[in-house]
Design a protein around this ligand. Structure first.
Ligand code: SF4
Length: 488
């Protein structure tokens, strides 16, 4: 499809909305409306302190229009850009949606953090009912998704009250896994490829830990939660894990810690010894991620474990004394069906972990979408999987506590963390809702300094890959110093 912009250059907004609605279309920008074929013309005119934004879309020979106006007098540059972006997206949405068989569940929202938007509305004085109405009426969000966003926003508002000006959280990344899952979108190397890098990586990480701890002391900050993720941190041997946890607890003051999580994602990396090591170091929450409880699906996606291995790892975690266990599943895996996914969710509910996180497999643009019919069928299957999981989890007493969406994925579905009462993962909410400063250590880490007064966020990226990280040296601490102790 050709898209044309007139009177504005909000290319990203236009492309994002068109991809959201028409993921199987290949988009290209054109100079003018073509004589034949599909197109979308988005135009903006400013006159007498107001903007008029218009979209004209021709799909399969039918042309539809949408127009929106808004006053813009007195807006600063950032607010003005936001207002223009919203109108461009909304008008494109309104001109395209009548041509679709089914409107997207998140309506015209394309952002990663719908709960943050809901929280902003509630904090500006809207009741929860008014917020739901606004999400539905203004952004065309489905009632079920508006309810999800509001429940996640409510948890964020509650947890936000616990955060003091001196509190930060820590993320520690271990980008190694025993083998690679076929759907993996993380930076993670297999031990076969990069096992020789684990020791030098740990040396560099321990150095970064010591230097970051010194920075935190200088800045008068304290650690509120720790999350060790990856990759699969339990790929480390028992001795390596013990070293990492020991360096962390010696370097940082953990006296105010409210939560300590380690991802033990792959059951094939979990042993009684490693679980004991984690417990001894004060880790209270582990994540054991089956992704599916169907052995055929597990084999198809390249996991080297069975559903029985998940049951064994879960029982061992309980034996070791873990009071909070999270389990991740993914809707839309290759070879899975709506029925077998529903059975996976049922089996997890029977185990009764405190947290269950339901992810959606990202169907990215490009190769995954070349077969339009298959892509559309896949979206419908994922939609059915998510609906059945949401119902089953709510019936079993779980509530949604955090959610996020992935950019540029077909269907625009969400990933949702579900929890039993009072077991919401503080780190997940703080990170996803950008409630507090989070320092990320290790390869691929993105540290964010959050100004809690203004909401302003500054970032510092660690190198993406283990080898680059090992070679980065003092540069990382210098970057974190700028975040934590900006020059006056
Ligand atoms: S366990 Fe996670 S990080 Fe590791 S390969 Fe599989 S999806 Fe990627």
């Amino acid at each position: 499809m050709i898209y044309i912009l007139q009177g504005h250059e909000l290319k990203h907004a236009a492309e994002e909305m068109l991809f959201h609605l028409l993921p199987t279309q290949t988009l290209s920008r054109g100079p003018s409306v073509p004589e034949d074929g599909d197109y979308c013309l988005s135009s903006l005119i400013e006159r007498d302190g107001a903007v008029t934004v218009r979209a004209e879309t021709r799909l399969d020979g039918v042309t539809r229009y949408s127009v929106q106006q808004a006053p813009v007098d007195g807006l600063d540059a950032l607010s003005r850009k936001r207002a223009d972006t919203e109108l461009v997206k909304l008008t494109i949405y309104e001109s395209v949606v009548p041509a679709l068989r089914q409107a997207p569940v998140w309506g015209a929202l394309t952002g990663v953090r719908p709960a943050k938007l809901a929280r902003g509305l509630i904090e500006r004085g809207m009741s929860r009912g008014e917020t739901a109405q606004h999400l539905r009426g203004h952004f065309f969000v489905s009632p079920a998704r508006a309810a999800l966003a509001i429940r996640a926003a409510t948890t964020a508002i509650e947890l936000d009250r616990r955060i003091g000006p001196q509190d930060v959280s820590l993320y520690v990344g271990i980008p190694f896994c025993p083998s690679r899952c076929y759907y993996c979108s993380f930076v993670s190397s297999t031990t076969a490829q990069s096992g020789h890098l684990i020791e030098p990586y740990l040396d560099a990480l321990c150095q970064e830990i010591e230097e970051t701890a010194a920075l935190l002391r200088e800045a008068g900050k304290r650690v509120q939660s720790v999350y060790i993720g990856g990759g699969t941190p339990t790929t480390l041997s028992e001795t390596q894990l013990a070293r990492l946890l020991d360096v962390l607890s010696r370097a940082f003051d953990f006296s105010a810690l409210c939560e300590y999580t380690v991802e033990a994602g792959r059951p094939d990396t979990i042993t009684r010894g490693k679980l004991r090591t984690l417990r001894t170091a004060g880790v209270g929450r582990v994540s054991i991620n089956p992704q599916s409880m169907d052995d055929q699906v597990l084999a198809q996606i390249g996991r080297k474990h069975s559903a029985d291995d998940v049951l064994r790892a879960f029982a061992q975690a309980r034996e070791a004394g873990f009071g909070i266990v999270n389990m991740d599943v993914i809707a839309g895996l290759s070879g899975d069906s709506a029925d077998s996914f529903a059975r996976t969710v049922e089996r997890l509910i029977e185990l009764s972990p405190e947290n269950i996180t339901v992810h959606t497999l990202a169907i990215k643009r490009g190769a995954d979408l070349t077969d339009k019919a298959a892509a559309s069928a896949q979206r419908q299957t994922v939609s059915a999987m998510l609906d059945s999981a949401n119902n089953a989890l709510q019936m079993a007493g779980y509530g949604p506590y955090y959610l996020y969406r992935q950019k540029f994925t077909a269907g625009g579905f969400e990933n949702v963390g579900w929890c039993k009462a009072d077991t919401a993962c503080f780190y997940n909410v703080a990170m996803m809702e950008e409630l507090q400063t989070i320092l990320s250590l290790g390869a691929g880490g993105v540290s964010k300094r959050v100004d809690r007064g203004t909401g302003w966020i500054e970032r510092f990226n660690n190198p993406k890959y283990p080898l680059e990280y090992i070679r980065a040296g003092d540069r990382l601490t210098a970057g974190k110093r700028k975040l934590l102790l900006p020059a006056p």
